[in-house]
Structures are given as structure tokens and as C-alpha cells.
Design a protein around this ligand. Structure first.
Ligand code: CA
Ligand code: CA
Length: 575
């Protein structure tokens, strides 16, 4: 069983609580959420808090609210069953502890989801109860006694060994292991299904039985017979016998967009509604299975490769949609190969998932965008785990050499600088986290400290009360950006040209305020770390404007036949 799937299985068993490791320790493989004791503890504290808050909102019992929460979860991926099972297993203890007015921290320590490591403090999200956390905990343990089930509860990897869960684990494992017909039938890495790295990530395959047919290829025989590049343009004009693809797309400088980035580029997002007891309903979790099968990323709404409308979408288009608007022959030619936790250090491990044929396909614009993972990690000695300028340089050059061997001539690589994450603390630390809104008891400062204590803080350097450390992290980020800028200015490749752009944090923030927005809205509310959809959309706008102004040839010409293509082919088969 592949590791991301095992992680997913473990995640489902934790009632699908997010493993928010968007940005994580630099050198590890970005293979999806990496679950640890810290995540088990975090998941437990979130769920128990939500149950507790539901009882306040509905003025009812803990048992009723556990049932209500489970009833809200969808059946897909066994979410509802797992929830009921968990309620059965842990419910009686949770009920006992919550009715003794213990808070979620105490409950989760008592149930062993949270563990105190030797020499480490007791981690807590909420202010400690009167008399201290230790005393409350020993009272809690006394009141529920000892059970072997509980001691293994925090052990995520061992959770399937629990007799009660073994059957469900087997079932899920079977489903995940059976070859998934929807993944990618012909191995060209494009798929006709949205999730599991399907067309939410790269253009939809219009023939999933033929690897020579996929978005981005140069058309075979001008697509007179069939649409070999899935851009919706094919057939022959009956008036003159000329294939439409030749008429409308020849010499149009068609090209695709490939994004290799981190969780920000894939648009990592945990809807705050999932954490807000006040308005929870079955509707709240309807998108949970989809989000889980996309690693909690929403590339279909991302600033780079997004193509769907969301409720909150601002009028700005993604870079892909702008490229498509400029030349409709580019329809469906996008790939988002970004990973949660990606950095220069682990980029080479997933670069192989790129799909581009040097001989058959159109050139591409590749955007390298790693906003923070080279300086962000959860280690207590965070500085020693940051990428050095030398290491970043070596890794990026290696990746570029590989791209040069894979991409068609005339491709471009845009290297994005790192963000200055001091903005996170400055904007959020005193604000309330969604979980703290009901009782005004959880600020981002508390959340960051809790994540640090659990060693799952996605960015110890920036999500931290220590100003000296935040400044040091920004200084390293600036050094690394300089290296990228220097590479773009000095290195030459046969098939690629290199460009560099600073991450436009200041411009985004000014533009957002000009539109009447507030700075905190530019950050994901649930994790207090990632750029929000609004920020991603503005990033796309500034990306486009800058490239168009400074290097218009990168984007290709505006296609004079766009209106005719639209008239004849409509939405070109959609996305
Ligand atoms: Ca295909
Ligand atoms: Ca075509």
C-alpha cells in the first residue's frame, strides 16, 4: 500500500482530522500528510472541542451531540461509520470527563491521544484549568480508570490493530489497493476523474485509453479526425476542407502551464466551517471526502491552475484561465504537480510526476513556487533544519537540468521567491481562531504555541512568539530568494529560459485593502498559515501583469481566432 494512502487511511481513522503539515521539515518526502502523535493529539482536541461547543449551541447532552456530529458526516470513505464507531469506543469516557467540566486538553491527555514526551511540557490549547493541568489530569484519569484500548488510542499507526477497527481497516485497505480505474487508465498521467490527482490537478484526458491523446500535445494530423490534445478543437471546415486546429491554432504559440510548488500552490484549505460548531449541518461536511482524496488541497480553485468557480471567488482569474483566455488553443493544458510539504530539498522526489513529452508536446511555462518550506519546519531547533543557500542552489540547478531534459524547446521557468512570513504573526497572533470564537478562548498565539509543543507547527520560525526567531527566519528566506534570482540571471539551458519574480506580498496586501478587505482575510483561518483564496487570486493577477509587462513573449500571442473558436466549439468540452 502506497504511503500517501496509508496516511489517508490513518487520517480517516482519526475521523479525518486534518494533519495540517502544509509546510514541513525540509528534507522529507512530500508524500502527503505525515501523521504523528502530535496530529493524533491535535485531532482529538479539535473533535472534543467541537462536541463540547455543540452541546452549548444546542443546549443538549454530550451523547446527543456526538451523535449529531456523526450524523453530519457523509457515508463516503466510511466517515460516518468510523465516527459512530469512535463514539462507541471513546464516548462513555468523553461524556464522563466533559460532564466533570474537564476541557478538551485534559480529555485528550486522559484518553492518551495526547502524550507528554519525556522532558517536554504538557501541551495544551486552552488556558490551563484552575489548580493546573497536571492536577486536572490526575483527577480525570482517576475518574475513568485504566483501559488497554485507551493506551493505544494515540498510536495512529497501530490503530488498525484494535479489534474493533480491524474489519473497517481491511475494507478501506482493500478499496484503496484495488487498482483504481479512475486514476489514469493509459498511464499518460492525465485522467478523466477529478480526485486522486485527477483532472482537478491536470487537464482532463479526453481519451483515457490512449496515451498519445492528452492535453498539451501538438495535434496529430491537425486533429482532422479526433481531438488528440483535448482542447475541444477538431474536425474539418466543410467550406474549404482545412482542419480547424490548423486554421485556428497553427503558429498561435500554444503552451501549457505547469506548477511545481508547495501546499500554497496546491491551495491547501481546511474550511473554517468544519471547525465552527455554531453553524454546523450535514451540508458542512459534504465536501470532506473530496477534500481528503485531494490531500486537503483544492487545486481546482488555486490561483495558478484553478478553473472552477467557488462561492467566494473574486473576479480575478487564475493564471491558467488567463492563458486560456489569451489563446483558446491552450484549453485544458495545465498541470499542478505541487505537494504539501514541498521545498527545494524534496522537489526532485516528485518531479517525476511531471507529464510532458519533449518531442510531441507544446512548450510549457513552469512556475517554481515554494513560499516557505525551505525555512519552515516543526523542529525545535528550527534554524538548523532550514535549507542553506548552497543546498537550495544545488537542488534547484539539479531540478532545472532535469526539466531541460524533459521539456520541449521554447519552455520557460519562472522562479518565485519566498514569502516574508512575519506577516502571519503580526496579523493574527491576537485574533481569535475559528475554534475560539464561541467562547473567546483560543487565539492564534495559543494555537501556534500548541502546534509547537506538539512538534507539528508547520513553521516554527514564523508562527512563534519569539521576534528574534521570526526575523532570523525572514533573513534566511531573503537569502534564499536572492539565490533564485541569481540563478535566473546567470544560468543558461538549451530548452528553457529562466525568469525570477519576488513574491508580491506587499502589493497583494495593499490591493486587498484598496478593495476594502482586511489583512487577516489573506490568511487561511483554520491553519493561520496558508494564503487564502483571495490572496491566491491576487497573486495570480500580479504574476500575470508582471510577466505580461516584462516578458510578454513568455505568455505567447493573443489568438485572433478566439471568438471564432468560441462560436464553433462553445466551452470546448468544459474542464
Ligand atoms: Ca490519454
Ligand atoms: Ca484539438
Amino acid at each position: 500500500m502506497k504511503s500517501p494512502r496509508r496516511m489517508l487511511l490513518a487520517a480517516s481513522l482519526l475521523f479525518l482530522l486534518p494533519a495540517p503539515t502544509p509546510c514541513s521539515s525540509a528534507p522529507r518526502a512530500p508524500s502527503g500528510p505525515q501523521l504523528s502523535h502530535g496530529h493524533a493529539c491535535l485531532g482529538c482536541v479539535l473533535i472534543v472541542s467541537i462536541v463540547e461547543q455543540l452541546t452549548q449551541v444546542h443546549n443538549s447532552t454530550i451523547r446527543e451531540e456526538m451523535e449529531r456530529l456523526c450524523s453530519f458526516l457523509p457515508e463516503k470513505l466510511f466517515l460516518k461509520s468510523i465516527c459512530y464507531l469512535a463514539a462507541e469506543m471513546f464516548g462513555p469516557d468523553v461524556i464522563k470527563l466533559l460532564s466533570l467540566k474537564m476541557n478538551a486538553d485534559v480529555v485528550c491527555h486522559a484518553l492518551h491521544f495526547c502524550k507528554q514526551e519525556p522532558g517536554q511540557p504538557l501541551c495544551h490549547l486552552y488556558s490551563p484549568p484552575q489548580g493546573g493541568l497536571k492536577r486536572a489530569l490526575s483527577r480525570a484519569r482517576k475518574s475513568i480508570g485504566h483501559s488497554p484500548l485507551r493506551t493505544s488510542a494515540g498510536d495512529v499507526s497501530g490503530i488498525c490493530s484494535l479489534p474493533a477497527l480491524a474489519k473497517i481497516c481491511q475494507k478501506i485497505e482493500y478499496i484503496l489497493n484495488t487498482s483504481l480505474p479512475w486514476e489514469d487508465a493509459d498511464g499518460d498521467k492525465h485522467s478523466a476523474f477529478p480526485t486522486w490527482r485527477g483532472f482537478y490537478w491536470r487537464g482532463r484526458d479526453c481519451d483515457d485509453r490512449n496515451r498519445d491523446v492528452h492535453p498539451g500535445r501538438r495535434p496529430e494530423n491537425w486533429d482532422a479526425q479526433q481531438d488528440s490534445n483535448c482542447n475541444g478543437i477538431w474536425g474539418t471546415d466543410p467550406k474549404d476542407g482545412i482542419p480547424y486546429e490548423k486554421k485556428f491554432c497553427e503558429g498561435s504559440e500554444a503552451k501549457g502551464l505547469i506548477v511545481m510548488g508547495d501546499s500554497a500552490a496546491a491551495h491547501f484549505h481546511i474550511p473554517p466551517e468544519w471547525l465552527t460548531a455554531a453553524h454546523m449541518s450535514a451540508q458542512t461536511f459534504s465536501n470532506l471526502p473530496m477534500a481528503l482524496s485531494n490531500e486537503l488541497d483544492w487545486p481546482q480553485l488555486s490561483g495558478m491552475t484553478g478553473f472552477l468557480n467557488s462561492a467566494s471567488r473574486s473576479p480575478d482569474l487564475s493564471v491558467y484561465l488567463r492563458l486560456r483566455q489569451r489563446n483558446r488553443c491552450n484549453h485544458r493544458d495545465y498541470q499542478n504537480i505541487s505537494r504539501n510539504g514541498a521545498s527545494s530539498g524534496n522537489l526532485l522526489k516528485f518531479l517525476g510526476s511531471l507529464s510532458r513529452n519533449q518531442l510531441l508536446d507544446h512548450p510549457a511555462i513552469v512556475v517554481y513556487t515554494m513560499l516557505g518550506n525551505d525555512v519552515c519546519n516543526g523542529k525545535s531547533d528550527t534554524e538548523s533544519a532550514m535549507s542553506t543557500p548552497e543546498a537550495l542552489r544545488a537542488h534547484v540547478l539539479e531540478a532545472l537540468a532535469l526539466l531541460d531534459s524533459r521539456l520541449p524547446r521554447g519552455s520557460h521557468v519562472v522562479l518565485y521567491g519566498l514569502a516574508d512570513g512575519r506577516f502571519l504573526w503580526d496579523t493574527l497572533h491576537a485574533r481569535l481562531h475559528p475554534l475560539g470564537q464561541l467562547n473567546r478562548d483560543v487565539t492564534y498565539e495559543q494555537l501556534y504555541a500548541f502546534l509547537s509543543c506538539l512538534q507539528v507547527n508547520p513553521c516554527q520560525g514564523w508562527m512563534n512568539a519569539n521576534e528574534t526567531l521570526r526575523t532570523l527566519t525572514s533573513r534566511r528566506a531573503a537569502q534564499l530568494s536572492n539565490v533564485l534570482e541569481e540563478i535566473a540571471a546567470s544560468e543558461k539551458f538549451a530548452n528553457l529560459s529562466l525568469l525570477y519574480l519576488d513574491y508580491p506580498l506587499k502589493e497583494i496586501s495593499e490591493e486587498w485593502q484598496r478593495r476594502g478587505g482586511e489583512t487577516w482575510q489573506l490568511i487561511e483561518p483554520s491553519d493561520g498559515f496558508h494564503p487564502s483564496e483571495a490572496a491566491a487570486q491576487l497573486t495570480a493577477r500580479f504574476f500575470w501583469d508582471k510577466v505580461l509587462r516584462r516578458w510578454p513573449r513568455v505568455l505567447g500571442k493573443e489568438n485572433p481566432f478566439n471568438a471564432q473558436i468560441e462560436r464553433l466549439f462553445g466551452d470546448q468540452g468544459g474542464h
